[in-house]
Each structure stands twice: as structure tokens, then as C-alpha cells.
Design a protein around this ligand. Sequence first.
Ligand SMILES: Cc1cc2nc3c(=O)[nH]c(=O)nc-3n(C[C@H](O)[C@H](O)[C@H](O)COP(=O)(O)OP(=O)(O)OC[C@H]3O[C@@H](n4cnc5c(N)ncnc54)[C@H](O)[C@@H]3O)c2cc1C
Length: 311
Amino acid sequence: MLRRVLLAASASQGVRRLITTAPVTRDVVKRFVAGDTAADALAVTERLVGRGLSVTIDYLGEDTVDPDQAAAVASEYVALLDRLAAAGMTVGGKAEVSVKPTAVGLGLAEHGEKTAAENIARICVAARTAGTTVTVDMEDHTRVEATLRLIGELRADFPDLGCVIQSYLRRGPGDCEALAVAGSRVRLCKGAYQAPDAFAFAARAEIDRSYARCIRILLDGDGYPMLATHDPRLVAIAKSRVTTIGRDPGSFEYQMLYGIRTDEQARLAAEGAQVRVYVPYGKDWYGYFMRRLAERPANLTFFLRALSSRP
Ligand SMILES: Cc1cc2nc3c(=O)[nH]c(=O)nc-3n(C[C@H](O)[C@H](O)[C@H](O)COP(=O)(O)OP(=O)(O)OC[C@H]3O[C@@H](n4cnc5c(N)ncnc54)[C@H](O)[C@@H]3O)c2cc1C
């Protein structure tokens, strides 16, 4: 219920104004977001890579309604990739980038899919020059079909372009079957959005069961699974499957969000696993922040307590 309310609030301009202007918000946001600028993202990347972790960087923003803004987002990524390469962070794909389709134009009233594909292609060219990869984030269920279609098309030119499957969607396991093929980079997550029952599981147990099924399909397949979860039970299931089938630790990775379960990130890396941290930066952090609050009531309590303790 609370999750539903928070996700609905993430689309409300009134709540947005209230939260983004509250003086305390910045302190709480800092926990989940590297900072406002590419320099902030680079500093966090250098720190994490120095600790043996990998990174995927997200320039915050979504639901762009202006083609020029969509092109500007792509330009930001191109400049970021240049900067990462100059700092030696893209060697061996240590730092890559994650892109939201609606940030680069998917939601435009006209030619959205074409614009998003062109902008993502520009980012892929820059990533290739820098020696690293791009992963396309998955947004709400209304975007899934178009997102998978445009990734499918772009993979003809950029076979290492990563995609995301959400286990809360009923179609998740079927999509994993189709994508568990050689060279295919697939991030598996539970899904941070809200969807009608016809498309998605609502009960946690069902979402988790679907995630466990997807883990097995991806790990048993020939692709490169990127298991994005902080859920210790699901990480244990993945570990057990890896041991059973003897999968090479270099042939898959775990992924977690910046600021969440950092102890577990370090522990998995120390065990020899590949761990990639999703590092968001930029000023447009509202939607991302609200999804993090929605995932965990304790985050909301922390935020409200901080609000009320301010004079
Ligand atoms: C690298 C990465 C990329 C992602 N990309 C996408 C994407 O493209 N599309 C999409 O829809 N979703 C994406 N997500 C979000 C994902 O779908 C989930 O909403 C999120 O990861 C929480 O689910 P969980 O698997 O960690 O399990 P949960 O059951 O939500 O959490 C398990 C445990 O993890 C910890 N935890 C989880 N979330 C938080 C939090 N916000 N704050 C503090 N602790 C927390 C808690 O200890 C919790 O008990 C991504 C997640 C990761 C890690």
C-alpha cells in the first residue's frame, strides 16, 4: 500500500516540489546519489573501482518530452564516457553506463522510438571508443515492448548492448529464455515500478519465485547474466546454482545500487565474485529517490525523522 502511494507520488508535481525543496532532502539523497555533476560520478567511480568493484553510471532523468533535451542527455553520456576513458576507468569495462530510454526520447509524442534508438546508438559508439559497454534500463511496463524491440535492433551493430528483465512482470521468465544466448548481457532485477495484475505479480513471494526462476534460466544459458538484487536469499540461490553447474565467476556478475548494502558488495567482491555498483548522478534525482523510498519503509522513516528533527 505504502509502496503504491510513494510510486504514485513520484509522478505528482506537488509532492515533487515539496520534497525537492525541503532543506533536509539533500542529506538523505546523498546516500543514494553520487552528486550533481559528472565530476562527482567520476570521484565515486574511482573510489569504488579502487576497492575492486565495477560501476555502471546513470545520468539521472526520465520522461523527456523535448527532442533537444533527449539529444542533450546523449551528449552528457558521450562526454562522461570520454572522461571515464581519460581517467582509465573503462579499462576492462570496469566502468560502463546505464541509460533510461525515456531520458533519450522514447516517450516523445512523435518518433520516440527512432529518437531513442539514435541517441542510444550515439552513446554506444562513444562507449565502444572508450572500450566499454552500455546497458539500457527498463522502465514501467508500458515501455517494455518498445525497449526490447529497439535493443534487439541496436544489437545488430552493438552486440554487447545490455538489457534489463524485471521478474515482477509475468513475461519475465519467457524474456529470459529468449535472451539467454551467447553474447547477450542481461540484467535481472525485481522491478521498481507499479503495473496492473494482468501484467505483473503483486505479492512479494511471487516476484521472488519468478526471480529465482529467471536466475536459473540465465545462469544455465549462454549469455552474460547481471544479477541485480540486494536480497540475500536470492544471492544465495544464485551462488548455489553457480556451484552446482560450475559456472565461471568471470561469466556473470552481481549488481547493487550505490549506497545500499555496501557491506554485502564488499563481501561478495572479497569472495572473488564480480560486483558492479549502479551509480546515479545529476540534478534530476526525484523519480529515482522516490523509488528507493518506496522499496524500503525504513528509508521513508529515516527521511521523515530527518525532516521532523530540523528546526
Ligand atoms: C544494479 C541495479 C539496477 C537496477 N535497474 C533497474 C531497472 O532497470 N529497472 C527497474 O525496474 N528496476 C531496476 N532496479 C531496481 C530493482 O528492480 C529493485 O526495485 C531494487 O533492487 C530492490 O529490489 P531487491 O532485489 O534489492 O529486493 P528487495 O526485496 O526490495 O530488498 C531486499 C533487501 O535489500 C535491501 N534493500 C533493497 N532496497 C533497498 C533500498 N531502497 N534501501 C535500502 N535497502 C534496500 C534491504 O535490506 C532489503 O531487505 C535495479 C536494481 C539494481 C540493484
